[in-house]
Write a protein that binds this ligand. Structure first.
Ligand SMILES: C=C(O[C@@H]1C=C(C(=O)O)C=C[C@H]1O)C(=O)O
Length: 241
């Protein structure tokens, strides 16, 4: 049997899912690669993999995109790893450097700046540029909040704008996937979430960052109706940028 190719985000936010995949029979049916989110999106878009835990902002670029699991990377309010770090208040940001790892959060920053803070901002991907603010996501943000004059948690600011939770990444296929495989995938992902204690014990201690709070509270992993609604709303905002 041909293995199903899967790419997943390589950050701590995905560790429970990976634990689940690696401790379930499904591991023999998949080829798993761990990538930064932007590469994960590219692989699903260009067909290098069949399924990706990929940034939701890139879903419109995926041919035959369909969400194949009941789990995701989400939050309801602050997530503590998706930030605009800034030297000035949000209402004064004029220039912002995007994060090359990101697809969702770069767009979320643009949406928030335009529709929430009502700012006209110049965006750059030039990592050597000097800007008022930067987008930074994932493990590279752990413990860094106090290094900047202003730290805006974009999950929290999205909730301020819309009253809704958020979905950063979802399990998306670029083709039809059998229901029996989807069932196995869901079971493996749930197994991982149910074993977060073991996952937590395996992670290195991170200074100035509460990993337990992150894995159990800040991150929320269910694809709920509100989170789907938030995704549709977010994709609609992106079209208006
Ligand atoms: C919560 C996070 O969500 C993520 C943010 C993503 C993005 O900005 O494209 C993609 C996948 C997720 O890893 C995070 O990276 O910290």
């Amino acid at each position: 049997m041909n293995k199903i190719k899967i790419s997943a985000v390589a950050y701590t936010n995905t560790k429970a899912f990976i634990y689940g995949l690696e401790h379930a029979p499904i591991i023999n049916k998949i080829d798993l690669s761990l990538d930064i989110p932007s590469d994960c999106a590219a692989k699903v878009i260009n067909g290098q993999v069949d399924i990706g835990l990929m940034p939701v902002a890139a879903i419109p670029l995926v041919p035959n995109a369909n969400i194949v699991a009941d789990y995701c990377i989400g939050s309801d309010g602050g997530v503590n790893s998706v930030f605009i770090f800034s030297s000035v208040p949000a209402e004064e940001i004029k220039t912002l450097k995007l994060d090359a790892h990101s697809r969702t959060s770069n767009n979320l920053a643009k949406v928030l700046l335009k529709f929430y803070w009502k700012q006209e901002v110049e965006f750059t991907t030039d990592q050597s540029a000097e800007t008022d603010a930067i987008v930074l996501i994932g493990d590279r943000t752990f413990g860094k909040k106090d290094d900047y004059a202003y730290a805006y948690d974009m999950g929290e600011e999205w909730k301020n704008l819309t009253g809704l939770p958020f979905m950063y990444a979802a399990w998306v296929a670029n083709k039809e996937i059998d229901q029996s495989f989807k069932d196995e995938l869901n079971a493996a992902l749930k197994y991982g979430l149910d074993h977060r204690k073991e996952v937590l014990a395996s992670l290195p201690v991170t200074p100035n960052f509460d990993l337990e709070d992150y894995l159990y509270h800040k991150l929320q992993f269910e694809v709920t109706p509100d989170r789907k609604k938030a995704m549709e709303l977010f994709l609609g905002y992106i079209e208006q940028l």
